[in-house]
Design a protein around this ligand. Structure first.
Ligand code: SF4
Ligand code: SF4
Length: 182
């Protein structure tokens, strides 16, 4: 178990996730996983059944380091490596190209969070530096204060949506894509 799961008490829901997210997702989307993966060794395509909030997605990318680019095409560089990120027309498909498996999975987690958000605020509450804030009147609308963000990604690790839809998926944990970062 990673140290932050112990330090921040995330061990409490190592097996179960808060809010019974599986049932809520199934009731809303009528499928088990409304986020799908494809790709090969250097790329991961993430396809969500709900459009991504692009403002929030680009804010989330800041948690990985520097971000260059606009209009759905970005280069991200930071402690996890470098990635090219392209959002497809329609706003619910993202192509992530990177030699870093860990980085590809973290960005897939952002896709999940920026499209299928349960508005539970766990991410905001777990952020140790108060760098993450919700804005607007609902839905996945967040901003990240780069001057405060320490790139720890505790917000994604605490997020039931990212955990259920990405990090704990069988194909991520050891199946065909074998991308589990932890
Ligand atoms: S939890 Fe960590 S990565 Fe997420 S916004 Fe806060 S400081 Fe940044
Ligand atoms: S923890 Fe995840 S589901 Fe909850 S508000 Fe944050 S992004 Fe949305």
């Amino acid at each position: 178990m990673s140290s932050e799961f112990i330090d921040y008490g995330l061990w409490r829901w190592r097996r179960g996730l808060p809010g019974d997210i599986r049932s809520r997702v199934r009731a809303s989307f009528r499928v088990k996983y409304p986020v799908r993966f494809s790709g090969d060794g250097g790329s991961l395509i993430v396809d969500a059944d709900k459009p991504i909030n692009m403002g929030t997605f680009t804010e989330f990318l800041k948690m990985l380091g520097s971000v260059e680019g606009t209009d759905g095409s970005y280069i991200v560089r930071g402690k996890f490596g470098e990635a090219e990120v392209r959002v497809g027309q329609g706003g619910n498909k993202v192509l992530i190209s990177s030699t870093s498996k860990e980085l590809r999975v973290h960005i897939a987690g952002f896709v999940a969070r920026a499209s299928i958000c349960g508005e539970c605020n766990l991410c905001v509450n777990w952020c140790p530096t108060k760098a993450l804030r919700r804005v607007g009147s609902g839905g996945p609308s967040f901003i990240v204060d780069e001057s405060k963000c320490i790139n720890c990604l505790l917000c994604s690790k605490a997020c039931p949506s990212a955990q259920y839809l990405v990090y704990r998926r069988p194909e991520i944990r050891g199946g065909g894509l074998s991308l589990l970062p932890y």
